[in-house]
Design a protein around this ligand. Sequence first.
Ligand SMILES: Nc1ncnc2c1ncn2[C@@H]1O[C@H](COP(=O)(O)OP(=O)(O)OP(=O)(O)O)[C@@H](O)[C@H]1O
Length: 643
Amino acid sequence: MHHPNSTSLAIVSYRRQHELSQDIQLKKQKISHLSHEITRIKTKNATKELEVWKLEDEVVQLRKLYASVKANIEKLHEYEEDSLRTLDNHYELGCKEIDADLNRKLLSLKERVTREVESRIQEAKAKSAETREALVEDISRLSAELSALKTELELKLKVLQDQSKKQEQSLRQASDVELARLRDSKSQIDATIVSKRAQLKDAQELHEKLESSSNKQLQQKLESLASAYSEKEAGVLEIQRKVQQVKDRLKAAESVVSTQKNLVEKYRQETSWMQQRLPLLEIQRRELHNKLQELKGNIRVFCRVKPAEAASCASFDIPSTEEFNSNGKQVLTISSSTPSSSFSGKDIRSSQYSFEFDKIFDQRCSNSEVFSEIDQLVQSSLDGLNVCVFAYGQTGSGKTWTMSHPEDGMISLSLKRIFCHISDLKEQGWEYSIAGQFVEIYNEQIIDLLSSKTNCKHEIKHDDIKLQTEILNCSTIKLNDENNAIELLTLANANRSTGFTMANSRSSRSHSIFIIKISGLNQKTGQQTEGTLNLVDLAGSERLNVSQARGERLKETQAINKSLSCLADVIYSLSQRQNGLKNALMVHVPYRNSKLTFLLKHSLGGNSKTLMFVNISPLEEHLNETINSLRFAAKVNNTKISS
Ligand SMILES: Nc1ncnc2c1ncn2[C@@H]1O[C@H](COP(=O)(O)OP(=O)(O)OP(=O)(O)O)[C@@H](O)[C@H]1O
């Protein structure tokens, strides 16, 4: 293969050869030389030519190869194009298929997604509806709460605003006051400054004056000022000491006050505790009080000896107040130098008699001392029990003195004590209602001493459940205080029979009974009580010669004897019952045998308390009656007479 460059070179070199051959001719010297060169070049050229021929051959070969390669390439191209076309076709077909498949899938996916989306939308819609409802509820609830809160906040705000307004007002007032005070103090300070300045000026003038005065005067003044100063200092020290003393005293007083306060607080607590316990303690007190009265005896007999008026007294041996025998009784011994012929049985021959009593009051005892023994029975009547206090004895033995003395008789003192207890018990919630009746039993007839009506029949009615007694048509006066009671007693005394018998006033021939009805209600505990206190002044017990009595007097005498002996029988039977004798409940108590015992039925038996004063005269001449009275006492006291 011949390269174009090589070809041009060959042409150039041929031309040059040609030129050179022309030059050779022209330059023969150089030709030989150059001929070598040429020969060498020719050789080289031939080699080159050969190489060119080889190269041209190679080029031809290569061209052939190129052509075949090109043909192959073209074939390959064709094949490639065919393949590509086929592939394109396949691709197009595949693409179409894939497209179709994809479209299908897409469609189904679309449908599925659409369905899914729709269902989700439905669900979401449903949920959103629920949520919306809940939200609506929440919102309405919250708005209600909000409005409530708002109202509350508004109220609070208003209160705060009011408070702040008030505070602002008070602050403003305080600041105004403070400002005024500051202004005052400023003006005071200004005034002080002015006065101080004036003083300073004075002092300066004085100073100048002093400076101008002699040294001696100054010295004297200085000394006097020094002594005055030391005096003042001592005074100040004294004042400081006194102030310290006052402070110390104040401190001590404060500590005393705080101790007192603590004590007061302690007492207050104790008082409130006591007040709480008071109703319970009151119940216990009542129970204990009643037990004590029972231990003392539900039937008690006391003897009271009237003060001696004459010299001819029987010899009375009365024990001292504290002297009791082994039975817990006091023994009265009477000795007589001239035994009375009216004594019967063995007593006639005896000149010394002994009687047992629960208590004996001698001639010196006052009514108040006597009352101290029945005081507790008055308390029992306030506690809801029925109580009877009798005064028994011959005419003139001191029954009326004991029972009805206007100042310190048992009636007066009992009333005083009742009203006193009532006011004491008020603190514990007790309210009492007191009513009084005053009757007389004369010839077995009841006479209402609070009424001026005569010929009025008074029947006795018993309430066996409440253990209370009622006298029909009998006046009852409500007693609110002692004055009412005094009015009642005055009225009774005025109405009391003033008819005279042969020897005595009719009052001595009748039994007088002052009935005090006591009803209590405790507002705090609801407890109720109903008690009756009967204060009885019995008819004179002296024995009358029935055979000598005529008409009214005979009737009186029989009635008195009957009722007194019946009273003794009733009390005796009751004491037998209470002493727990065999078949005690079988013991008959003859209440009905007299008006007196029938009237006092519920105040004599059961849990009621009976007290009998046996009033006796110390006179020798009354010894018979005294012995009779003591016998009566012995019977009701269920004791034996020793002689
Ligand atoms: N303890 C006494 N101290 C002083 N004087 C007394 C005492 N007891 C009685 N007397 C006096 O004795 C007199 C008779 O007393 P009183 O009227 O009390 O007796 P009585 O038993 O009530 O008589 P009657 O049955 O007639 O009513 C009165 O004058 C009275 O002053």
